[in-house]
Design a protein around this ligand. Structure first.
Ligand code: HEM
Length: 533
């Protein structure tokens, strides 16, 4: 952080940064007036000139957005010093605005520091405006994900999950979060670059994770004073924000150059990795290979965090565990671990994946979109004006906690997705992966990672509370699922909590060891072979 460390300044930073980054956009491309006089979507009354600027909290923004949606409706708005923020807290409104009108609502606001210094070459296409990089990357992603849907990554995802079962078994749950984080990261890094990380202690693994943490840090509105006072960037010379971003870029560019070289020419070159696919499409003037950074960036933390959410749910709401294990035992039996072939026969596990994504979504207010044209949207029988340049949040935390769709929405109840016969109800919809032209392209990969992770953990272990002492309080750890139990950041991870993973029987433990001893370990077999141009 450059100069934004006092609590008072931090409180106003998210709101100020939102206003500044949207305001710049408006300044560059002034909007037409709303001649027909339709109102903006409703929202809390604000002060003259600054509007709601001082009401927006510095942390747990999603909870504030959720309250606004609950009070003012599924299409609400805030006014940050004249700049409009639109909050969508209802599935129907999200589809109406972000899907039906996706041509106008699919850009992204970009923070001045990211745009000018952290990512000047638009490598991170998922957090940048729509443009050639975004277009090419989305097109390529369609091909990658149809291979995932066809099962081409199943063997590798299964293998990585089996490794984490061996780790959980040997530690009894000690370092469980580290093992699940490794699984999510190694799955993505192997499929993307052929970089398999069975221990999580590999040097390149640590470098990827460090760069990722740095990037997330540099993308927060409070990362630099120029997000709030962008004119400071006119000062020439080696300002601290420039030096920091330059060092980061140098480090990350070197890392991804190494990873891509290894994937295309080195030890990963026999496999049809995502890098190889991107490299085949590489135009001489372009740098699509680097688009891989975005993929790893978006994939690793969200998936790991969702697995942490599942473990927390298993500890706090264990009522469903016996039923889930009964279903798994009936289909899989005691002598082997679940595989993707069991997926159609295990609706309860499917329901657990859905409820995990709903109960505490990884991105509670999604990733903001920005509108590129004025529009009039009908909601609940009334027409509202949405101004060009508005920042639009699909607030998952409100959409998937809508009391009309989800009874007892704050509790973890996987049965809500099942009918009386225990089959999955039809008409499943989720906001966890976003909407429209920006919808998460990695969803098929993510859902598979969650499904196999949950199925194997429940087959293998009884997961329960630990009676470890919390070093912060000196008392036995207290579990919770309120806001205090989560980071409150953009991706809302639960704070670390201890858990016990006890093998369900000596036989289950032995089956894990035996499957590990017998399984295929050659990545060139686990992943499809490289295809030539
Ligand atoms: C549980 C895991 C995941 C969750 C909850 C999640 C959620 C999201 C959300 C909410 C968005 C923003 C959508 C919008 O703006 O409307 C997004 C975008 C994105 N996700 Fe995921 N994601 C997950 C895993 C993955 C994985 C595994 C990959 C890649 C393999 C991935 C790649 C991306 C990319 C590249 C974008 C940017 C898309 C764009 O701007 O066009 N995500 N994700």
């Amino acid at each position: 952080m450059d100069a934004l460390s006092t609590p008072q300044v931090q409180l106003a930073v998210p709101a100020l940064a939102l206003a500044v980054l949207g305001g710049i956009y408006l300044f560059r491309s002034p909007s037409s007036s709303n001649a027909a006089g339709r109102p903006l979507p409703p929202g809390p009354p604000g002060l003259p000139l600054i509007g709601n600027l001082l009401q927006v909290p510095g942390t747990h923004l999603a909870t504030y957005f959720k309250h606004v949606c609950q009070e003012y409706g599924g299409l609400a708005s805030l006014n940050l010093a004249g700049f409009p923020i639109v909050l969508i807290g209802d599935m129907k409104a999200a589809k109406e605005v972000l899907e039906k009108r996706s041509a106008k609502f699919s850009s992204r606001p970009s923070i001045p520091y990211v745009r000018g210094h952290v990512d000047p070459s638009e490598i991170y296409w998922g957090v940048r405006e729509q443009g050639p990089s975004h277009f090419i990357a989305r097109k390529l992603t369609v091909g990658l994900m149809s291979a995932v849907r066809a099962g081409e990554t199943d063997a590798l995802q299964w293998h990585e999950t089996l490794i984490s079962m061996t780790h959980l078994l040997s530690g009894g749950g000690k370092d469980w979060a580290k093992h699940l984080d490794r699984t999510s990261a190694s799955m993505v890094l192997t499929v993307a670059f052929g970089l398999h990380c069975p221990t999580g202690e590999e040097e390149e693994f640590k470098e990827v994770m460090d760069c990722l943490a740095m990037f997330i840090n540099l993308c927060t509105p409070s990362a630099s004073i120029i997000n709030v006072l962008p004119f400071l960037d006119w000062i020439p010379g080696p300002m601290p924000w420039r030096t920091r971003a330059r060092e980061y870029r140098r480090r990350e560019d070197a890392l991804y150059d190494r990873l891509i070289k290894n994937a295309v020419e080195g030890s990963g070159s026999g496999m049809n990795t995502w890098s190889a696919v991107f490299a085949r499409e590489d135009k001489p003037e372009g740098d699509q290979r680097r688009l891989m950074n975005q993929f790893t960036g978006a994939a690793i933390e969200t998936t790991a965090l969702s697995m942490h959410v599942f473990v927390l749910a298993a500890i706090l709401y264990p009522h469903w565990i016996a039923r889930a294990q009964k279903e798994i035992d009936a289909v899989v039996g005691p002598d082997r671990l679940p595989t993707f072939k069991d997926r159609p026969s295990l609706p309860f596990v499917e329901a657990l994946v859905r409820e995990t994504l709903r109960w505490r979504p990884a991105a509670r207010f999604g990733v903001p979109h920005q509108s590129t044209e004025d529009d009039i949207v009908e909601y609940d029988g009334k027409e509202y004006f949405i101004q060009k340049g508005s920042i639009v949040f699909a607030v998952s935390w409100a959409i998937d906690h809508d009391k009309e769709r989800f009874a007892n929405a704050d509790a973890f109840i996987p049965e809500r997705y099942l009918d009386d016969k225990g089959e999955l109800k039809s008409g499943y919809e989720t906001s966890a992966f976003g909407f429209g032209r920006r919808v998460c392209p990695g969803a098929p990969f993510a859902e598979r990672a969650l499904w196999i992770g949950i199925a194997m953990m429940l087959w293998a272990f009884d997961i329960r509370k630990s009676d470890e002492v919390d070093p912060k309080t000196g008392k036995v750890f207290e579990y919770g699922d309120g806001d205090d139990a989560f980071s409150g950041e953009f991706s809302n991870a639960p704070h670390h909590f201890p858990a016990v993973f006890e093998a369900r029987s000596a036989h289950h433990a032995e089956v894990i060891r035996q499957e590990w001893a017998d399984c295929e370990k050659d990545l060139n077999v686990l992943l499809p072979q490289r295809k030539e141009r």
